[in-house]
Design a protein around this ligand. Structure first.
Ligand SMILES: [Zn+2]
Length: 213
């Protein structure tokens, strides 16, 4: 569900990579724009790690850190589109939480947003915190990506509640069965995902189970 299908590498990036002396610093201008736009498209507008909607820039994350595998620094297959990794606690005071790729830095990660089986290990508790049944992935989510601080958990919840309110309103106006609407919303997530899509599907599944029994 949350797994990303990557397009073919942009031609300009393959050309850059074909020059042995080129480094990541040579990815700039139009080619950088094209690469960022393709990541945005492949990920349907959501950050690869936290699944927040991209607000402004798509930042390029090297899944295998550049320091570990410099030969991958110009490979689209190793790139993930990520968010700014900052959420303000108090904008006036300039205090913020650091999370996602900014919190991870250049450390090596096990959790791979391109691997669907990793998403199958994920769940959420009543406080809307994400967890994994794999201890390695669970430690990535908490220690490397810092995906469970209060503001982010609240965003996850609020985004879903808004989405749910919307689809139920449409359902009422069209006199549709609630179960049918929830099932359709779940099916829609693969082509037109809500922000925090994995969490959205998780919550929709809970509601579907509740209404099916
Ligand atoms: Zn993010």
């Amino acid at each position: 569900m949350s797994f990303i299908l990557k397009s073919k590498e942009p031609h300009c990036l393959s050309e850059l990579n074909a020059v042995p002396t080129n480094t990541y610093d040579d990815l700039k201008g139009d080619c950088q724009k094209e690469t960022r736009a393709l990541l945005h498209l492949d990920q349907k507008g959501l950050c690869a790690y936290c699944q927040r909607k991209f607000i402004s820039n798509v930042f390029i994350e090297h899944w295998i850190p550049q320091s570990a595998s410099p030969e991958l620094q110009l490979k689209y297959s190793n790139y993930l589109g990520v968010c700014s990794g900052k959420l303000y606690i108090n904008e006036n005071e300039g205090t913020f939480n650091v999370f996602c790729s900014v919190s991870k830095g250049s450390r090596t990660i096990t959790f791979n947003p391109l691997d669907e089986s990793h998403f199958e290990t994920l769940s959420y508790n009543e406080a809307n915190q994400i967890a994994s049944s794999s201890s390695k992935i669970d430690s990535d989510l908490n220690d490397l990506l810092n995906l469970n601080f209060n503001i982010l958990c609240k965003l996850r919840q609020d985004s879903f509640e808004r989405y749910l309110k919307n689809i139920l309103q449409v359902a009422r106006s069209m006199k549709l069965e609630k179960l049918e609407v929830l099932q359709k919303a779940k099916a829609d997530q693969s082509k037109d995902p809500n922000e925090f899509v994995h969490y959205t599907v998780y919550r929709l599944n809970q509601l579907i189970d509740l209404h099916s029994s």
